[in-house]
Design a protein around this ligand. Structure first.
Ligand code: MG
Length: 159
């Protein structure tokens, strides 16, 4: 059995915050503001995995109203969501992501982010891909005020 799942996330960018994608710290003037550490890639991938497996969404698993998740390491949250997905018998076939932001450029960090995500999801980096895009100056993202991430995953289950 095969199932695909789609995840999306957006976070505002503020000075004094760390810019994180898939647990990788990227040098930048601004970073993601969020209740957790704001790692938009980790959040979008969580929702893709949970959507494909029908196990809920990130807001249900880790409510932003819960102080336990304040400044939480999103890669730990992703690990927890992935564990639930594995326990339900699902395995990740591949993951494809689009990161939309004006700055910083994602391409120089692509392989290190792929490795970080592969380690967290117990797959090879070849099973993970990501692309950086800009919003061509349009909207909040285009004005450098936000980062958006789209994530699409394919899960398989045997028997
Ligand atoms: Mg988020």
């Amino acid at each position: 059995m095969l199932r695909c799942g789609l995840g999306y996330d957006i976070h505002p960018l503020k000075k004094g915050r760390i810019f994180l994608l898939g647990g990788v710290e990227i040098p930048a003037l601004k970073g993601e503001l969020g209740h957790s550490d704001g790692d938009a890639l980790a959040h979008a991938v969580c929702d893709a995995l949970l959507g494909a497996s029908g196990l809920g969404d990130i807001g249900e698993l880790f409510p932003p109203s819960d102080p336990a998740y304040r400044d939480a390491d999103s890669m730990v949250l992703l690990g927890y969501a992935h564990e639930k997905v594995k326990q339900a018998g699902w395995h990740l076939v591949n993951l494809d992501c689009v990161i939309i932001c004006e700055k910083p450029k994602v391409l120089p960090y692509r392989d290190v982010i792929r490795s970080s995500m592969a380690k967290a999801l117990e797959v090879t980096p070849e099973q993970i891909f990501l692309k950086g895009k800009t919003a061509e100056g349009m909207g909040s993202t285009g004005k450098g005020k936000a980062v958006e991430v789209l994530a699409l995953c394919l899960l398989e289950k045997h028997g």
